[in-house]
Design a protein around this ligand. Structure first.
Ligand code: CTP
Ligand code: MG
Length: 244
């Protein structure tokens, strides 16, 4: 199996969440989001190494927080977790992650803010890469009707919803492809967007509602409730990490 390195952008400020702490370090059910996200990656059994990208002032905090996460994922050896400093935009943070893992055969780029992502979803993305896909994204059908509007807010079109998908993370890529995509970064809102511009086909695999991105106070409320009522329990890796 060729090495899969997970890159976890966790350096955002979380302006829309409105907490004083950078978002990835805000606790959900008592555990910071970045820790939940890393535990999920390791529990998938599909990741060989994790690079977490954080704000400069939180390198030490993150290193301590993640120091007990070198756990076995499935039958794999312990998964090392490295912490590096991110940048002003998400793309800057992902670029820093890529630079810290030049040996990867595949990258899984996974938002720390998708803290409740089921390990099974992560494994699906990795399996599609190992089976030969160059670029893989988790996708869900869109429930709302989506319209395009002009600068004045006037509707300019209604794309057929049957062909629309909401895209989640982790997004998986052959390492060379993601490096090439980032060499020509011109401001896409997701990693796959950069790859699409290179003319490479991006495959979708089924996403999961639990992989929603915690963005607003309402999302945080939902995540807390899901952990509290047991709809989503912290993954096994976390319990082991605490016990050690
Ligand atoms: N991220 C990052 N570096 C940045 C910006 C974002 O690593 N400069 C990360 C965030 O920490 C998050 C993920 O990218 O895990 C998705 O970004 P988003 O949900 O937009 O988080 P924030 O940028 O922190 O939030 P906001 O846009 O509301 O400020
Ligand atoms: Mg942002």
């Amino acid at each position: 199996m060729r090495p899969v390195v997970a890159l976890v952008p966790a350096a955002g400020r979380g302006v829309r969440l409105g907490e004083p702490t950078p978002k990835a370090f805000v606790a959900v059910g008592g555990t910071p989001m970045v820790r939940l996200a890393v535990d999920g990656l390791i529990a998938s059994g599909a990741v060989h190494r994790v690079v977490v990208v954080v704000p400069a002032e939180l390198v030490e905090t993150a290193t301590t927080l993640l120091s007990t996460t070198s756990l076995t994922g499935g039958s794999m050896p312990p998964v090392p977790v490295h912490v590096v400093v991110g940048g002003a935009e998400r793309t800057d943070s992902v670029r820093a992650g890529i630079a810290a893992a030049p040996d990867a055969a595949f990258y899984l780029v996974h938002d720390a803010a998708r803290a409740l992502t089921p390990p099974e979803l992560i494994a699906r993305v990795a399996a599609a890469l190992q089976a030969g896909s160059q670029a893989v994204v988790p996708a869900l059908p869109v429930v709302d009707t989506v319209k395009s509007v002009d600068d004045a807010g006037i509707v300019t079109g209604t794309p057929d919803r049957a062909h629309l998908r909401a895209i989640q993370t982790p997004q998986g890529f052959a390492a060379d492809l993601l490096r090439r995509a980032y060499a020509t970064d011109d401001g896409a809102t997701d990693d796959a967007g950069l790859v699409e511009r290179l003319g490479v086909a991006v495959r979708t695999v089924p996403g999961d509602p639990l992989a929603f991105k915690i963005t607003t106070p309402l999302d945080l409320h939902l995540a807390e409730a899901l952990l509290a009522d047991g709809t989503r329990s912290p993954v096994a890796g976390h319990a082991q990490a605490v016990a050690r």
